[in-house]
Design a protein. Structure first.
Length: 469
């Protein structure tokens, strides 16, 4: 037992030696990737890692909810579901059988800018999954049956995630009304009204426009031979034609905010009021993105964070609170939210949130606090890289959303380079009165009667219950 313990300590020291520089700064182990582009435009990235006999396959389509047609929100999300239905050569749900039945797993997610499909399987099934991904790229069945069945699934998901939870509509509206022009104002999940108005022709046109090899990035990480991978990719993806149809990109820009705006929304199942504040911030490609990310961590990561310590623990004006640097491809939002504690008013929570912002603007963050935040994000990124799928998603994010796959190897240094002065500068730059939107989310019982000019004050007797997001 003692020898085993000494051996484990030795291995741990060797690993730490690989990620700590002479200056004491943590460095991410470099991801050595291969990159190629097929004649049809398919972008291929791969990383050999033989630590386990498994492989992760990601296909990143550069289409998200911002690309949904006008008054047809939810299309990108709808296709996340349809892609698991039948194809030219596969029955519906066969992707599950090809992965789960051999001990693997699969899933997909839709975001504002991308839709991503992934599988993790034993490495001897790599060829099978490459064939399957090529088949649903080139031969997806987009017919009335698949359209209607998956539309019903998405609509039920909307009911369960937006309408049923006490604060589902709160976070939905927070995004919807924080943008005035950019299609980011269409929440990813869509709306039942837009989905019901859609026709099969609308859906088929969307699919033909965006699901194509020159709008896809294939990422493979794990146990494989590079020459064999190249041969399989050429065999299964090389013959898929590049459409003559143009590939549209969002050209709409969001105007700068010119003054504070306030919104009040009501919900029928709201046990405690919610308060939200949003600020427009730049793209995740911006030089200010690392400092904004650090602000997120400082404000809300863990119980020692500023918002928890101030609003929940000390002042007890909020039952829960959060900050989120929601950085996207075109521009982003910095969001602060609080669910008001029983017996407190929304104004109390708003004032407390704004006071924490002012503290960041007025004084530099202490060195120890900044170092703690850096350690938290470093730990998170290192943990993600422990799996083949984590590596694949990090590489895909860098390639598709940041426009440079090598950012997977350099972004940790950008975060570590953030100084207290950077944090203070960015807080002053973006968290201004002119750039602030404020949201109150209140129980339906507090909605003013028709013709009333002002909402009634919060009845403290109504403020009871709990919050589970």
């Amino acid at each position: 037992m003692r020898k085993r313990l000494l051996f484990m300590l030795l291995i741990g020291a060797m690993i730490l030696g690989n990620i700590i520089t002479a200056a004491g700064q943590t460095t991410m182990p470099k991801m050595s990737f291969r990159e190629r582009t097929l004649p049809n435009g398919l972008h291929v990235l791969s990383v050999v890692d033989k630590a386990s006999p498994s492989v992760a396959i990601n296909v990143w389509y550069h289409v998200g909810s911002k690309d949904d047609p006008d008054r047809r929100s939810g299309f990108a999300h709808l296709f996340e579901h349809i892609m698991f239905k039948s194809t030219k050569n596969m029955k519906a749900e066969m992707m599950d059988r090809l992965t789960e039945d051999v001990g693997g797993q699969n899933n997909a997610f839709t975001a504002d800018d991308v839709t991503v499909y992934w599988e993790v399987v034993p490495s001897n099934y790599l060829e099978t999954l490459l064939w399957a991904e090529s088949d649903r790229l080139a031969g997806l069945t987009v017919d009335e049956e698949n359209f209607h069945s998956e539309r019903a699934v998405v609509e039920e998901e909307y009911r369960q995630s937006i309408l049923a939870p006490p604060y589902g509509k709160f976070f939905y509206v927070l995004q919807q009304k924080s943008f005035t022009a950019h299609p980011y104002k269409r929440p990813t999940i869509g709306s039942i009204e837009d989905l019901e108005a859609a026709t099969l022709e609308n859906v088929q046109k969307f699919h033909a426009t965006y699901y194509r090899p020159d709008n896809a990035t294939l990422v493979v990480v794990g146990d494989f031979e590079p020459k064999q991978l190249d041969a399989w990719v050429d065999k299964y993806f090389g013959a898929i034609p590049k459409p003559a149809l143009s590939l549209p990109r969002v050209q709409t820009t969001e105007p700068s905010r010119t003054g504070e705006k306030r919104f009040t929304e009501y919900g029928s199942n709201v046990p405690l009021p919610g308060v939200g504040i949003t600020y427009l911030v730049p793209s995740e490609k911006s030089d200010d993105a690392p400092a904004l990310t650090m602000l997120d961590i400082l404000l809300s990561q863990g119980r020692s964070s500023r918002l928890y310590q101030s609003l929940v623990y000390q002042q007890q004006v909020a039952q829960s609170t959060n900050a989120n640097a929601d950085l996207r491809e075109d521009l982003g939002l910095f969001e602060l939210t609080a669910i008001v504690a029983a017996g407190k008013k929304p104004e109390d929570a708003e004032a407390a949130l704004r006071a924490e912002i002012k503290k960041l603007q007025d004084a530099p963050v202490a060195a120890a606090e900044l170092e703690k935040a850096k350690n938290q994000i470093i730990t998170s990124q290192l943990r993600q890289r422990e799996t083949n799928n984590g590596k694949a998603q990090s590489l895909g994010d860098a390639a598709v959303l940041l426009g440079d796959p090598n950012r997977v190897n350099t972004d940790l240094a950008r975060l570590q380079a953030v100084t207290a002065a950077d944090v203070q500068r960015v807080a002053k730059k973006y968290f201004s009165d002119e750039n602030r939107y404020v949201f109150y989310y209140l129980p339906e019982s507090l909605k003013p009667a028709a013709g009333s000019q002002n909402p009634p004050p919060v009845d403290r007797a109504d403020a009871k219950g709990g919050f589970a997001r």
